[in-house]
Design a protein around this ligand. Structure first.
Ligand code: ZN
Ligand code: ZN
Length: 397
């Protein structure tokens, strides 16, 4: 059984190429298997959603609330890439403990530690560092020769296609019991659904899905989050510089805006997403005046306190700030104007994610649901983190 996470895989990316007959294998899956649009978790960022998918729980269960957070114990802003932040064992680790053979391939190396934590044996590597594989650390030596492709650039569609090619080879040769393949959203950050570049990428995905099914796998496909255009009509990014606005309103040093999208790979989004968390400093607390001030900023969709966010979005209360701010479909949130380098967009429109409008993801199974799971799917909204359960227990044999 194989689960694939399409990073930034907004369901819209399927529509245009499907209607043009460009995705024959996906079309077959939709007709003969199961398809729904599901929700990802909030914030609609990569790390919280990938960890939700492999643990089967929202962030309140696994503890990963962003790519990045302010550690209240140390006062430092830290990456949440380290397994020490995980509060729940993954489905992959639990199966490996029972002796199942696991394979994990991810595009960017930053995710590998979280995805492979406590997974015994098996194969686990990233395409970003496929040239550094060792038998001891990754379960394979010389991954490049094994996959039969050169090392891809970290900013390329090839980084994802390498993951899929690796998955096909592993499935054919090693017959793992469970395989998780996690791609990158390089294409979706740059190109809109229906564009030639996006369609070309989805055609390549379609071919790979066809080969995976042919190799005998039950396939589950979902996404970590969707993707939307966050630009003004003139092409410039539509940004709320929240730290600048708050410093002007109540004085500098009173608040700290944290953007959990921040990661070492900011080239395609300039660390701008539609979700921010806000810490008050020096004894200041969230007043209704401050909340109301943020609420009416153009482009802000929701402002809520920590408690409200914990209840509404199942977030871990000790890993978020005093307030949560979510911007709308067409707007992102930044800290201060000076701290975002937008020149890296190279004049392309900003496409990003993080908010409510960016949480829609596909939920595809290569086989039809059994009666029990068909009833379950009809009774509630599905989340991306239901995919392992459905692929393992919910399809007809
Ligand atoms: Zn992502
Ligand atoms: Zn992204």
């Amino acid at each position: 059984m194989s689960v694939i996470c399409l990073d930034g895989g907004d369901p819209d990316y399927f529509n245009a190429p499907l209607s043009q007959g460009l995705l024959p294998n996906i079309k077959t899956m939709l007709e003969e298997g199961y398809y729904a649009v599901a929700n990802g978790v909030i914030p609609s960022f990569t790390n919280p959603n990938n960890v939700s998918i492999i643990t089967g729980t929202p962030p309140s269960g696994h503890g990963i609330s962003g790519n990045f957070f302010l550690n209240p114990e140390t006062g430092e802003e830290v990456m949440m890439n380290e397994p020490e932040f995980l509060r729940q064992e993954s489905i992959l680790a639990a199966f490996s403990r029972q002796g199942a053979k696991i394979a994990i391939v991810t595009a960017k190396d930053k995710l590998l530690k979280l995805l492979s934590h406590q997974v015994k044996g098996g194969i686990k590597f990233s395409s970003e560092r496929a040239d550094k594989c060792t038998k001891v650390a990754n379960g394979l030596t010389d991954c490049l020769a094994y996959v039969g492709r050169p090392l891809p650039d970290v900013y390329s569609a090839d980084l994802s296609l390498f993951v899929l090619e690796a998955g096909i080879k592993i499935l054919e040769r090693e017959r793992p019991d469970l395989m998780y393949l996690s791609l990158t959203d390089y294409i979706q950050h740059k190109y809109a659904p229906g564009s030639k570049e996006a369609n070309d990428f989805y055609q390549a995905l379609d071919l790979a899905f066809g080969r995976l099914t042919k190799a005998g796998a039950i396939i589950g496909i979902t996404g970590d989050h969707g993707m939307n255009d966050k630009s003004h009509p003139d092409g410039s990014p539509k940004v709320i510089y929240l730290q600048d606005l708050l410093d002007r309103k109540i004085g500098p040093g009173k608040t700290r805006v944290i953007l959990p999208i921040t990661d070492p790979y900011v080239v395609h989004h300039g660390a701008l997403g539609s979700f921010a968390t806000l810490f008050f400093r020096n004894g200041l607390t969230a007043t209704s005046e401050i909340i109301d001030f943020i609420k009416i900023l153009p482009g802000v969709e929701q402002v809520m306190t920590r408690e409200e966010a914990v209840n509404r979005y199942q977030l871990p209360g000790d890993r978020i700030g005093d307030l949560i701010v979510i911007s709308d479909k067409g707007t992102v949130i930044g800290t201060s104007r000076a701290s975002h380098d937008l020149s890296q967009l190279n004049g392309m429109r900003l496409r990003s994610h993080g908010g409510l409008a960016d949480r829609k993801v596909p939920f595809i199974l290569s086989r039809p649901l059994n009666a029990e799971y068909s009833a379950l799917a009809g009774s509630r909204l599905l989340y991306n983190y239901d995919i392992f359960d459905f692929a393992l227990n919910g399809v007809r044999n």
